[in-house]
Every structure is written in structure tokens, then in C-alpha cells.
Design a protein around this ligand. Structure first.
Ligand SMILES: N[C@@H](CCSC[C@H](N)C(=O)O)C(=O)O
Length: 401
């Protein structure tokens, strides 16, 4: 990582920001105290909440850094260049602010909310078949390459190979986590366990390298050990992705996993100690739990990271960290539920965060029904019964129809 200039991390807002790009990153590290307690975990379970970033995702960081460095290197020229890239909202946001035309190739599985947001930012969207292998001409990568060849001024920043992807985390995300811990009232300021999902792999690789470089910079002790723990680094990968092992297949969680190993991903020790596989069901259950119990409006990949973390902490390997009240466990929560509001897994609101029907919820529903004499959602009957009684409808009644 040497040879690159470090961006100055900014840890809180000061004065007036020059654009939304200044509000990329700088996200809070929040205790997941209620979930930790329910799970019987004594460690400090902490979520790095990336949905607080301007574009709502951890990917804002790499978009901003890749665009700014491409400008410095003359790869992107205002008024001439057209940015073509597989995903993301952060990139479309950077292009909207800087005035670049932007074409986003988006696998069919990606949510309508993402498409709508991208369009609102002025990006052109090309949907591609999800099942297309990464190196097929029809994939989101293949189509982006095809367009770039034929569109004058077309530039692919290529998050899969661009070194500024992991560097955004090496310098930005890592510095922020360190700052949050140092300025906290937690007894220890180091990280015992770091957990992140992998898509391009930029997050886990950048953070992992920053952590290992820091550890290597510590003075060696004379056998009594350092007061700084060696951080265990876990990568979480959905079933259906090959990054953490297994065969390629379909899964609903978005933004993590791939059918190839991106160049920016360093999947082996010392950067990544271990890979954990998660499935859609546990990811979505954990997502709803983060919303319901911690009030954090996270998306599906956050649930994936949390469910992998909890499974590890309950394993014999994770017990020591799980039961240490001084240990800090940092889980990267990559984006927000804004991107998935219409997805069936989120719309299923009649289920509890654990997937079971909840008795006490039914009790309160029955109480409300008893008081109102109608079903909770049956606004039509209010109007109808008023009409039947010959009562005048009021403005509010009409609005409810
Ligand atoms: N066929 C590719 C692309 C699928 S979508 C991208 C990514 N896997 C995601 O789910 O966000 C693949 O299988 O990776």
C-alpha cells in the first residue's frame, strides 16, 4: 500500500459541505446491544453502519475514490467522458454531481429501488441476465465492455481490478473504525474480530491489509505478548457464490458473492483468516432483526454479515471472543433497506424477526380490533358505515379510501 497518498480522514461534519460527495463515508459504529444480549454474547458487538453514507452504501466510498483518482490521472475528462460500470448508486451519485454521463449495467436480480434511484440520478440503466457467467458477453461485465468499446469517451473504472477500491477502505473505512474505537468509552480500543461480506472483495481486502499493516508496525514484545490482540478477519459469502467455496448458483441477497475471483480480492491469510457461508433465509431473518431490535435500517447483505458473525461466535473457535467483555467485534453493515422495500422478503411484515408468528403482536391486534370494531387495515368500512348511517364524509375519510 506504500506509495499512495493517504486521504485525510474526517471524523465529523464541520462547517458546510461542498457537495453530497463530502458526505460519503464517515459512518457511525453502533453497539448491537440488544442482539448481543439475546444471544448471550459478552463481547461488544458493533455494527459499522454504511447506510448513513450519502448514497446509502459502502460502495459510495469506492465510487468517490475511483472517480477522483481517474480525474487526477486524466482518465476522466469533464464534458468528454462517459462512465460505464456494473452498479452502483454511489457511482451514479458521483457522476451526477460531477456532470458525467453514466451508464450502469445491472443484473436482473437487482432491486427495482436501485434502478429507480439510478434513474433519478440521471444514469442510463441496462439490465443483464443474472445467470450470465461473468465472462460471457451478456453479463453485466460483458455488456459494459461491449458498450465501452463502441461509445466514444466511454470509460470503465473497473471496481474489480481498480486498486482504489481496496484503498478506499484501507484509508477511509479503517481509519474511521479506529477513530470510533479510540474515542469510545470501551475498555479496549482494538478489534478482536472483523467481519465483512465480499462482492468485489474491496472492503475485506482493504480493511484486512490495513489491520495487518498496523499489527506489523507494533513493537515486538519479549514473550509476554503485546497488549494489542491479533484481529481475526472473517469474510462472509452467500451460498451460490464461489468466493468462499462451493458451486455457483442463485441467491437473492444482493451485492455480495460472485461466480469469479475479482482481482482486488485477497482471499487468503493473513488478510482473510476464514470464510463463512450464509443462506438467504438466515440473512433476511437477521436483517429484520437488526431493524426490529436495533432500529437500524439495513439491507440483506447486513443480515448476511450478522448471521455469519453470530454463528462464528457460537462456535468453539469463536467462544473466547464471544465471552470476553473487553473484546470488540466489528461487523460491516454494507447498505440500507431503502434499496429493498418492495422485495417479498421485506414485505413479509406479518412475521417476527425470527420468522415465527408472534403471539403478543396478535394480542395487541385483537385489542385494537375490539376498540375500533373493525380490521386494522379496513378503511373502506369506515366510509361505508358512515355512508350507511347517512353521516357526512369528512376530508380525512375521503383521503383514506
Ligand atoms: N452471474 C454473476 C452475476 C450475478 S449478480 C452480482 C452479484 N453476484 C450479486 O449478487 O450482487 C454471479 O453469479 O456472480
Amino acid at each position: 500500500m506504500s506509495g499512495d497518498t493517504e486521504t485525510q480522514p474526517q471524523h465529523h461534519w464541520q462547517g458546510v459541505l461542498s457537495s453530497a460527495l463530502d458526505a460519503v463515508g464517515h459512518t457511525p459504529l453502533i453497539k448491537l446491544q440488544r442482539i448481543a444480549q439475546e444471544e448471550g454474547l459478552k463481547c461488544n458487538l458493533l455494527g459499522k453502519c454504511e447506510f448513513f453514507s450519502a448514497g446509502g452504501s459502502v460502495k459510495d466510498r469506492i465510487a468517490k475514490r475511483m472517480v477522483e483518482h481517474a480525474e487526477k490521472q486524466g482518465i476522466l475528462i469533464p464534458g468528454q467522458s462517459i462512465v460505464i460500470e456494473p452498479t452502483s448508486i454511489g457511482l451514479a451519485l458521483a457522476c451526477a454531481i460531477k456532470g458525467y454521463q453514466c451508464i450502469i449495467t445491472l443484473p436482473a436480480k437487482m432491486s427495482l429501488e436501485k434502478e429507480v434511484m439510478l434513474r433519478a440520478l440521471g444514469a442510463e440503466i441496462v439490465r443483464t441476465p443474472t445467470e450470465a457467467a461473468w465472462d460471457s458477453p451478456e453479463s453485466h461485465i460483458g455488456i459494459a465492455r461491449k458498450l465501452q468499446k463502441s461509445i466514444p469517451g466511454g470509460v470503465i473504472l473497473d471496481q474489480y481490478s481498480n486498486p482504489h477500491n481496496p484503498l478506499a477502505h484501507y484509508y477511509g473505512t479503517y481509519e474511521e473504525i479506529v477513530h470510533s474505537l479510540k474515542t469510545s468509552d470501551l475498555p479496549r480500543k482494538d478489534i478482536s474480530l472483523l467481519v465483512a461480506g465480499a462482492g468485489t472483495g474491496g472492503t475485506i481486502t482493504g480493511l484486512g491489509r490495513a489491520i495487518r499493516d498496523y499489527e506489523a508496525s507494533l513493537p515486538q514484545t519479549n514473550g509476554n505478548g503485546s497488549s494489542h490482540v491479533r484481529t481475526t478477519i472473517l469474510a462472509v459469502d452467500p451460498e451460490g457464490s464461489i468466493l468462499g467455496g462451493g458451486e455457483p448458483g442463485n441467491y437473492q441477497v444482493e451485492g455480495i458473492g460472485y461466480d469469479f475471483f475479482p482481482e482486488v480480492l485477497d482471499p487468503n491469510p493473513p488478510v482473510v483468516d476464514k470464510w463463512l457461508k450464509t443462506n438467504d433465509e438466515e440473512a433476511f431473518t437477521a436483517t429484520k432483526r437488526l431493524i426490529r431490535k436495533e432500529g437500524l435500517f439495513v439491507g440483506g447483505s447486513s443480515g448476511s454479515a450478522l448471521s455469519g458473525t453470530i454463528r462464528y461466535l457460537h462456535s468453539s473457535e469463536g467462544q473466547q471472543i464471544a465471552q470476553d467483555p473487553n473484546a470488540n467485534v466489528v461487523v460491516i453493515l454494507p447498505d440500507g433497506v431503502r434499496n429493498y422495500m418492495s422485495k417479498p422478503w421485506f414485505l413479509e411484515t406479518s412475521k417476527s424477526p425470527t420468522g415465527e408468528d408472534v403471539g403478543d403482536k396478535e394480542d395487541i391486534k385483537d385489542t385494537i380490533k375490539g376498540i375500533l370494531g373493525r380490521d386494522l387495515n379496513d378503511v373502506g368500512s369506515v366510509v361505508q358505515s358512515k355512508g350507511e348511517r347517512g353521516e357526512k364524509l369528512e376530508k380525512g375519510d375521503q383521503l383514506m379510501v
